[in-house]
Design a protein around this ligand. Structure first.
Ligand code: MN
Length: 149
């Protein structure tokens, strides 16, 4: 089973690193963007299979990014999962009503994150199911690398 190409729009370096590690450990390829505008640009250029979109960004917020993606007739919008630190009641409903395909709240759960994201992907792109070994990310030595052929 092959992995997906996932665009991750997230401005906090630690979160970007952690989520990237978890997805790459499951066989996915992550395309990073640290602003909403860059995310829009890369969505058009890279045609990712899924977008993980932080709601709180330094320029335009995740809702604006999503609205502009959907308004762009040249882009076939893939599933978009909102990731937000807003912990208020109703955020999930707000996000889903805005057209997000999923909603995860921060701090993310490292054990279930890749599985939660994989659930929004077609079966052929879910990567491998093995949970990543939790520990210090080691470049080039992530668990499951042997399955990424
Ligand atoms: Mn943010």
């Amino acid at each position: 089973m092959t992995g997906a190409r996932i665009l991750m729009v997230e401005d906090t370096p630690h979160n970007l690193e952690l989520m990237t590690y978890l997805l790459e450990a499951s066989g996915h390829t992550v395309i990073p963007a640290m602003t909403g505008e860059r995310g829009l640009e890369l969505a058009r250029l890279e045609r990712p299979d899924l977008i993980v979109l932080d709601v709180q960004l330094p320029d335009i917020d995740g809702y604006q990014v999503l609205a502009r993606l959907r308004a762009d007739k040249d882009v076939a919008v893939p599933p978009v999962v909102a990731v937000t630190a807003y912990a208020m009641v109703g955020d999930r409903d707000t996000a889903l009503a805005a057209g997000f395909d999923g909603y995860l709240s921060k701090p993310i759960d490292p054990v279930s994150f890749a599985r939660d994201i994989g659930a929004r992907l077609p079966a052929s792109l879910r990567g491998h199911a093995a949970a990543p070994q939790w520990g210090r990310p080691t470049p080039g030595a992530s668990p499951g690398t042997e399955e990424q052929l």
